[in-house]
Design a protein around this ligand. Sequence first.
Ligand SMILES: Nc1ncnc2c1ncn2[C@@H]1O[C@H](COP(=O)(O)OP(=O)(O)OP(=O)(O)O)[C@@H](O)[C@H]1O
Ligand SMILES: [Mg+2]
Length: 263
Amino acid sequence: MKIITFAAIKGGVGKTTLAFNYAEWLAANDNNVLLLDLDHQCNLSQIYNHYDTDGTVGNIFLGNGDVKIHSIKQNISLIVGDMHLDDIETDIENKTNKNMLLYMWLSDNYEKLHIADYDYIIIDTHPDFATATKNAVIISNTILSPITPSEHGYSAKFNLEERINELSKEAIDFSTRKSYVTAKLFFLANMVRHNTKSSHELLEVIKDDDRVLAKIPEKELFNRSTLDKMSLSTMTDDHKIYIKQSKFFDEINQIFSDINQKI
Ligand SMILES: Nc1ncnc2c1ncn2[C@@H]1O[C@H](COP(=O)(O)OP(=O)(O)OP(=O)(O)O)[C@@H](O)[C@H]1O
Ligand SMILES: [Mg+2]
């Protein structure tokens, strides 16, 4: 099983859109995927029309009540986000094990919730590096961080890297001194355009960085996918939609396949 977190300090860079579409692409390629919505904006849960107030990720961090795994469709399950997760983070601020709660929940419930049945756990996070995001980083094998063609997007790259390094020093097993942080950090250049100065500048800076796994074009269909709650993979199944934009759909299929190979 592989655990992948979409994280970025900056908001609106495409974490949710890419987490959703990549998860759906994995599912369409015969992988059983569990989605975890760790953003109190709950955008990922909303895409699947889930607005629950109990059995959410909040219960993981509060350590009370049962967490519900919703079976959404073939190969996609979801643990719904909690709109009060930010308050919960504040409440648990003084707990010494606050960054390890997801790790402990996962190991405590591994058998009971049949976690081993999932090929991937995909986690969406809030644009920050607060407690929930740190918990996600600690259990992850891979962090995928979208960066966009803006100056801030690019400096956020270093910001996230530094925060993960700090966490890595902090989250250690005190007897062995080994860090719980083992995730590899990769970047996805997102919303890249052909004809803008900022896109060219971004492409120039990242061209020799092999941790940038993909260049994902800016395309209205990404926006449509979350608004219409229909992933690009599902759109592709409809021949009429596919044929109109086959070049784009083929490109995205190739991009997701490349990402999957490299991580
Ligand atoms: N490649 C793309 N092409 C066009 N639009 C995109 C692309 N990626 C994301 N978007 C759009 O950009 C907006 C922000 O995306 P999204 O909500 O996924 O970002 P986010 O990082 O999850 O934001 P937040 O930090 O608020 O959680 C959305 O309207 C989304 O549809
Ligand atoms: Mg989001």
